[in-house]
Design a binder for this molecule. Structure first.
Ligand SMILES: [Cu+2]
Length: 138
């Protein structure tokens, strides 16, 4: 009996390990009215005890939305597309200018300061998270 209880405990322990994704401080960068691109930034916290993976994102203002990172290539900053963002347990992935970001490409209209942009983020384990990010000039 004792052995059986132990086995059940181990199984449920494994089943309880899951990610817990919390998104904080989302914002979209205000760009000149002629710009057809912008980017979204935020903090993606994983308070859980297993990793999660951001697979794709969509936005209400762009026709194309991609996961990007900015890299320094021989002194030149350039953006590259990445397939996914991994957020390890008890870690925070910070999306910020000059680093990881969600690229908004082919904007449907020029963004206005204070405008609310809806973003849908698809996580491998946590599903789709819908967030609202204001357009900010910073
Ligand atoms: Cu980019």
């Amino acid at each position: 009996m004792k052995r059986l209880l132990l086995a059940v405990g181990l199984v449920s322990g494994v089943a309880l390990a899951k990610p817990d994704i919390v998104i904080k401080d989302p914002w979209v960068r205000l760009m000149p009215p002629t710009s057809k691109v912008s980017a979204a930034y935020m903090r993606i916290e994983n308070k859980g005890d297993s990793k999660d993976v951001l697979l794709w994102a969509k936005s209400s203002v762009s026709k194309i939305t991609q996961l990007h990172k900015t890299i320094n290539s021989n002194g030149i900053m350039k953006m590259v597309r990445v397939k996914k963002f991994t957020i390890n347990p008890k870690q925070t992935l910070v999306l910020k200018p000059g680093g990881y970001h969600i690229m908004l490409i082919d904007l449907k209209h020029p963004l206005k300061k204070g405008e609310k942009v809806t973003l849908w983020l698809k996580f491998k384990y946590s599903g789709i998270k819908k967030i609202v990010a204001p357009v900010e000039d910073k």
